[in-house]
Ligand binder design. Structure first.
Ligand code: FES
Length: 373
């Protein structure tokens, strides 16, 4: 398929922003988890590694980029929810969607508190932090653990969806799945061991005496931190609720036509002009390859259009790029990107429903199940 050179459309910029802000946030969480895992050695080891791991995020520039990434990722996530034609999707997608709504309120507590305290001149060492989380305010400690877990699950779900759509990354996936489990488990063990060390030391008073107090010349605006954090948490939850409400209103008000889909000469499926061809298959519980779950990145949902009662909408730049990249045959479209205006549409699937890049084969080569005996 030929692709004309055009300017980069908004959809591609938005997609890139969402991916890169997400990767930045995932790097933030990974460095914190790695730092926590050193608790298996000692709290002192955690503190020695802190400037190179969690400490790097408290600088003014990187802290600002972090907050900007958080806001950007959250708002783009809400936008993605608003424009989604359907919430019928696989479990991983639902987990990513729901945890995405919680990332902002959960991460805000940590990010705002740490950056405002750092701006005021207070350095949070692990001795003070672990003491606070295990002896002073265990509820806050528990919240931090929940926060890191939710953000980690969201980040990994997003990362895997992104990497699964990339042929070059498919061989790395097994290792990354393993790391996705090992990193948080070791971090939790490190956190627990640091807590055990703190409790033992706390009981004999040693650590309490050693813990650095807030220097006299440092004024930490705790009340202001609490106020701003509460505003961000409540505001982001209200924004998320409004997004779902606005989506509901949009879907209720839109007028739709019936669409009748036939794939590979099979039975006719009834869908709607509000849905993409891929959504139509899912609505009818018909499996169809979709490694990036409808984001237009992987190309595995490609179909050859055999017949369409009405002309189909022209492909977007995003769709053209993906079709071009996978070397799609002429007349192919991405099932996740095409929304027929109505009538009967007959297509042929380009890839088998269970296709993965690990069993990659040229587009026209039949799968094992299709090959003649
Ligand atoms: S599902 Fe990946 S491009 Fe359509």
């Amino acid at each position: 398929m030929r692709r004309e050179k055009t300017t980069m459309p908004l959809a591609i910029v938005v997609r890139a922003l969402r991916i890169w802000s997400g990767l930045f946030l995932l790097a933030f969480v990974t460095s914190h988890l790695t730092n926590l895992s050193l608790g298996l050695v000692s709290i002192e080891a955690m503190d020695r590694a802190r400037p190179y791991l969690s400490g790097v995020w408290t600088g003014q520039v990187i802290g600002t980029v972090l907050l900007a990434s958080l806001v950007c990722h959250f708002l783009l996530g809400l936008w993605a929810i608003y424009v989604r034609p359907t919430l019928r999707t696989n479990t991983q997608d639902i987990v990513q969607l729901m945890t995405g709504v919680l990332v902002m309120p959960l991460l805000a507590t940590h990010a705002i508190g740490i950056s405002m305290a750092a701006n005021a001149g207070l350095e949070f060492g692990y001795v003070g932090t672990i003491r606070l989380f295990w002896l002073g305010a265990p509820t806050i400690g528990l919240l931090q653990v929940i926060m890191l877990s939710v953000v980690w699950v969201h980040g990994c779900a997003g990362l895997f969806t992104w990497l699964r759509s990339k042929e070059s990354a498919s061989r790395l996936l097994h290792w990354l799945y393993l790391l996705a489990v090992i990193i948080p488990v070791v971090a939790l063990l490190g956190y627990a061991e640091a807590g055990r060390e703190m409790l033992a030391a706390g009981h004999n008073g040693a650590v309490i005496a050693q813990s650095p107090a807030i220097p006299e010349n440092v004024v930490v605006p705790f009340a202001q931190i609490k106020q701003i954090t509460n505003i961000v948490i409540i505001g982001s939850l209200i924004l998320a609720a409004l997004t779902f409400a606005a989506r509901l209103v949009r879907l209720t008000l839109q007028t739709t036509q019936d669409v009748f889909l036939v794939r590979d000469g099979g039975p006719q499926m009834t869908s709607s002009s509000a849905l993409s061809i891929l959504d139509g298959f899912e609505l009818n519980d018909e499996l169809h390859a979709n490694l990036c779950t409808g984001r237009g990145r992987c190309g595995t949902c490609a179909v050859r259009i055999i017949k369409s009662e009405f002309p189909l909408p022209s492909p977007s730049e995003l769709e053209l790029r993906t079709l071009y990249r996978i070397g799609a045959p002429s007349g192919a479209r991405l099932a996740c990107q095409v929304k027929p205006d109505g009538g009967r549409v007959e297509v042929l699937a380009v890839y088998p429903a269970d296709y993965t890049f690990e069993d990659a084969r040229p587009l026209d080569e039949p799968s094992a199940s299709e090959a003649p005996a």
